[in-house]
Design a protein around this ligand. Sequence first.
Ligand code: ZN
Length: 149
Amino acid sequence: MRKLLESYISSIGRKRRQNLTSMCRNCHADSQDLWAIGPPYPRWEEVAGGSFVMLQRCATCRQLWLESYYEPFASFRYAVKWSGDIELFEVTRDRDQSLTLCKWHEAEVRLKANCASKSTLARIKAHYDRSGGYVNLMPSIEPNPIILG
Ligand SMILES: [Zn+2]
């Protein structure tokens, strides 16, 4: 009985360790779907570029992220998890010089900001203040009106 119990406890420990190692320590894709620039910013590999947008790949787990650059001076960067493939990015980008991608990205940031960390929310608020309210990525429960694909 004792041996059975030890074996059971050991298997639970193994499962916990497996779950921990399956988490990406670089982009935290399992628990995070929005990044605002600032440390700790993940290491990306550039996959494909557009106008004010860049499809990025996590250097560790290969999750795709859509990054976009916002005024003032394209100095505020956010990335949202990209569940499409590279082709969807390229086709959408080429349709209207990335305009749809930028608008989709904006709506995604606002939606995902609802579940964002305190530090991400603080960056969004700082961005809003810095732009004098011109760039408003504050949390919204409005669904993304743009359907890609
Ligand atoms: Zn990752």
